[in-house]
Design a protein around this ligand. Structure first.
Ligand SMILES: [Ca+2]
Ligand SMILES: [Ca+2]
Ligand SMILES: [Ca+2]
Ligand SMILES: [Zn+2]
Length: 341
């Protein structure tokens, strides 16, 4: 059933998905491109000799390989649909046994319907409306930890920049990490805080708090209440009590009819809790919070189901709604992926 405007969009996206299945050659995919922010001779521009190439070139090749996997997996809603990611390598620190591998997120959210406190990550907003809302502005940011390649952080472990998913025992697969972070940049990211409040806000907006297209689908596992409809206190309890799951129809179907469990350890982990699949249940899933040896380069049906639930491949809305968008005046925090040995 399609009742609200939002649900109509989801139904439209399902029709588009069926078309994609029937006519795969007709879909060109979405173009992902990187805007490398590193300085001369560091990060993605590092000129150190690496194999027969340079370290920077090898890093760029691996990141672009990951972007192309996402680009092929998503169907465009308009000609030339492009997602630009600000990408860099920076020292994010860590210890010999634990480190943030990378962090990423959308660069902004958009309010597509002022009568509803629902915000869309930039890339999904573009996809929904059928054009680039803010031309010239990158949609997301991904920062990778350059310290991993040093001898202190995670000891002798280093990044593996090959694209063949063949990282050695002492290596961390960069492509799978990049795939994970790109997922965050295109909307796999909630706006809830540890205290159960939503951090989205709009200057002059009609609502006191706003939630994202990700928050829209989170439910309390124990009674399947929609999380955003609970009191702030009850939300705070659920997100630190292993009691949240994904309530979107496409992902549930991809998970065999069971609501996919989300990561909600008893101790709130900023950047990890809530905005990932549950680590214990889904250790090898792309969007689990911890890097696990054996992670693949596959965007699973479960992950794609969550993306479709959130609006990817949805149809372009009616032109009559185009005049009402407003800019969200918040800076979005970044979501992290960690390594723990
Ligand atoms: Ca840098
Ligand atoms: Ca843009
Ligand atoms: Ca290291
Ligand atoms: Zn993550």
């Amino acid at each position: 059933m399609c009742r609200s405007r939002y649900q109509r969009l989801v139904c439209g996206s399902f029709a588009a998905l069926l078309l994609l299945v029937a006519l795969p050659q007709a879909q060109a995919g979405i173009t992902f491109q990187a805007n490398y922010l590193d300085g001369a001779n560091e990060g993605f521009n590092d000129t150190s000799v690496y194999g027969g190439s340079t370290l920077g070139a090898v890093r760029r090749n691996a990141f672009e390989f990951a972007m192309n996997i996402w680009g092929s997996a998503l169907a465009p809603s308009y000609a030339g649909e492009t997602i630009t990611i600000d990408a860099s390598f920076d020292g994010l620190g860590g210890t010999s046994t634990s480190a943030t591998l990378a962090e990423a997120g959308t660069n902004r959210h958009w309010d597509l319907n002022p009568t509803n406190p629902l915000l869309y990550a930039d890339a999904i907003a573009n996809h929904n409306v059928g054009y680039d809302i803010l031309v010239g502005a990158s949609e997301g940011t991904a920062i990778f930890n350059s310290d991993v390649d040093g001898s202190t952080v995670l000891g002798t472990k280093t990044w593996y920049y090959g694209t063949d998913n063949n990282a050695g025992a002492n290596q961390i697969d960069f492509v799978s990490t990049a795939l994970h972070e790109i997922g965050h940049t295109i909307g796999f990211q909630g706006l809830i805080a540890q205290d159960g409040s939503y951090t989205g806000s709009i200057t002059g907006g009609a609502f006191s708090e706003y939630f994202s297209q990700y928050d829209y689908f989170v439910v309390r596992t124990s009674d399947q209440s929609i999380l955003r409809n609970l009191s702030q206190t009850d939300r705070a309890t659920a997100i630190t009590n292993n009691d949240i799951s994904w309530g979107g129809a496409q992902a549930i179907a991809a998970n065999g009819g069971t609501l996919p469990k989300l990561y909600a350890p008893s101790t709130w982990a900023s950047g990890s809790s809530y905005s990932h699949l549950d680590e214990t249940t889904f250790a090898l899933e792309l969007m689990s919070p911890l890097y696990t040896d054996g992670t693949t380069h596959e965007i699973s049906a479960l992950t794609m189901g969550m993306m479709v639930d959130m609006g990817w491949t949805s149809a372009v809305p009616e032109p009559g709604t185009l005049a009402v968008w407003s800019v969200l005046a918040i800076t979005t925090s970044l979501v992290r992926r960690r390594r723990r040995d």
